[in-house]
Design a protein around this ligand. Structure first.
Ligand code: SAH
Length: 508
């Protein structure tokens, strides 16, 4: 059998936006993804839903999978004809044992490629506001490991050359040896007041940066309890941080939001929060699927001229309805004379995309508004078509029927829990670092609760639940959770504005 290809991919330092486009392309096409502790699991969202995801990093209380086992896995999977994305933190060829993995693949005649990533040292410098070289100060830069391997003692490094022959030094894996690194450099000629920055969890909302003098930094780090992963940047360039920091002083820096929608549907929301320094993670907790049976819908489509009005209450419903219309060989002319009613502006926009303008949108953007308006005009004897999701409320059909109308409510789509995203969501929930989860419908909450009830309950004190509107809030409360925020109008834009206010109130 022809072996698959292995891509050694640099995942970057943490911020998911720092993955390269080529890295993303590899992830999207891989059959198997093998990923490390330092690779942001959010990136797994790019993997195919049916891709096998294998975590080989440390997990609570467990050691990471030994390197020779990882090697074997790479060889076995590729030999079985599968394309493997080997996702490694930072850059695969910088202190990442990427060289060892590539050599092994070469020995087994397995085709491979290497996709560079943004290495932690460079990323930490950028996000802490430290230019690594500077014409006025330093023209050279070294990347070093501060990890002491028993057989090759750190003390064997040529400290004199490091201390005096090079400009900026970046130590990886140096936290346990920080004291000794400082002492050795000073002993061999670096001034004791050389500025040092220690950057932990660079590029992530939990980034922490400590600066100090070479002779004092180890004690400061111990006092501040800064643990790995962190890089140590040593050199005069560190002084620029004061002037050039831009990331960790953004107003929403350090906040992490989970948005239960596909990124494409929350673009403006995400852009606003990111511009303020927050990390936004978009993972849909629902997926759209077709109904089990199209017959009721098709029957309605074959007699559209019988309807006085078409009531649409979600963008998904709109798309499903119009797609079906066209797949039944019909077009917009079939809707001539039918009044088009949209529950809110997003639904209206979705309708416009299909080339029609809704006749009205209620002011409250809710089903109640649709019902009130129609009843006020009188519905007796009229027939309405209400294409809906499987779990839609009965409010519209029940109320209109009471008013004497006939309502056909065929199912045009179903919402289902997405497969393949669960591992990623579990990681996020367990990390305990979500400031808030934004729920944009009852089903987004219901699905998350069904899949991760226990984990959600553990989040109770730490994570705020933001809800898009009254129905979603009701669902959240029904499960015994508090709703921290609900905007006056039920749109994502209103939710962002409410969130901005929410945090401003807290920060004052
Ligand atoms: N291949 C990786 C390095 C792996 S070695 C790269 O190119 O970045 C692991 C070390 O990388 C850690 O001990 C720490 O020094 C550094 N590191 C990785 N991610 C980091 C991050 N987000 N912030 C700070 N240091 C990080």
């Amino acid at each position: 059998m022809k072996p698959g290809k292995v891509s050694l991919i640099g995942a970057g330092p943490g911020d998911p936006g720092l993955l390269t486009i080529k890295g993303r392309d590899c992830l999207e096409s891989a059959d198997v993804v093998i990923y490390d502790y330092l690779a942001n699991p959010v990136l797994l969202g790019y993997a195919r839903p049916d891709a096998e995801l294998i975590y080989v990093g440390k997990s609570r209380g467990h050691h990471s999978v030994p390197q020779d086992q990882i090697n074997q896995m790479l060889v076995d999977k590729a030999a079985a004809g599968l394309n493997v994305a080997r996702l490694k933190g930072g850059d695969p060829y910088v202190f990442g044992r990427g060289g060892e993995e590539a050599s092994l693949l070469h020995r087994h005649n397995i085709p491979f490629e290497v996709v560079p990533g943004v290495t932690a040292g460079f990323a930490a410098a950028a996000y802490a506001g430290i230019p690594l070289t500077h014409r006025d100060i330093t023209t050279s830069l070294a990347l070093l490991t501060g990890h002491e391997r028993p057989e090759r003692k750190l003390s064997n490094l040529d400290w004199e050359k490091l201390a005096t022959g090079l400009g900026t030094l970046i130590f990886y894996m140096g936290m346990t040896n920080l004291k000794m690194i400082g002492e050795k450099l000073i002993e061999h000629g670096r001034p004791a007041d050389t500025p040092v920055a220690v950057v932990q969890w660079a590029t992530l909302p939990r980034q922490r940066t400590l600066t100090g003098r070479l002779d004092e930094i180890a004690d400061q780090v111990a006092a501040a309890k800064i643990a790995p992963p962190a890089v140590i940047i040593i050199g005069e360039v560190v002084r620029y941080r004061e002037e050039l920091r831009w990331y960790d002083n953004l107003p929403r820096f350090g906040r992490r939001f989970l948005i239960t929608r596909p990124r494409a549907q929350a673009a403006s929301f995400v852009a606003l929060l990111q511009a303020q320094g927050a990390e936004t993670i978009c993972i849909p907790t629902i997926e759209i699927a077709p109904p089990d049976d199209w017959k009721p819908c098709d029957q309605a489509l074959s007699q559209l001229n019988n309807y006085a009005g078409l009531i649409l209450t979600s963008a998904n419903g709109v798309d499903a309805f119009f797609d079906r219309l066209s797949s039944q060989n019909l077009d917009l002319r079939a809707l001539a004379g039918v009044e088009i009613i949209a529950v809110g502006p997003k639904t209206a926009k979705a309708i416009e995309k299909h080339g029609l303008k809704p006749d009205f949108v209620p002011q409250s953007y809710r089903a109640e508004g649709v019902v009130d308006e129609l009843l006020a005009r009188g519905v007796n004897g009229k027939r309405y078509l209400y294409p809906r999701t499987e779990i839609a409320r009965r409010l519209i059909p029940d109320s209109l029927t009471k008013g004497g109308a006939r309502v056909d409510a065929p199912i045009v789509y179903r919402t289902i829990a997405p497969e393949g995203k669960q591992e990623m969501i579990r990681h996020l929930l367990e990390s305990g670092e979500l400031d808030a989860i934004c729920f944009s419908s009852s089903s987004t909450f219901d699905n998350l609760h069904t899949l991760f009830g226990e984990e959600l309950h553990q989040l109770k004190k730490k994570t705020a639940f933001f809800s898009i509107g009254p129905l979603t809030s009701e669902t959240i409360r029904k499960h015994d959770f508090e709703v921290a925020l609900e905007p006056e109008n039920s749109t994502l834009d209103d939710l962002v504005m409410a969130m901005v206010e929410y945090y401003c109130d807290r920060e004052e």
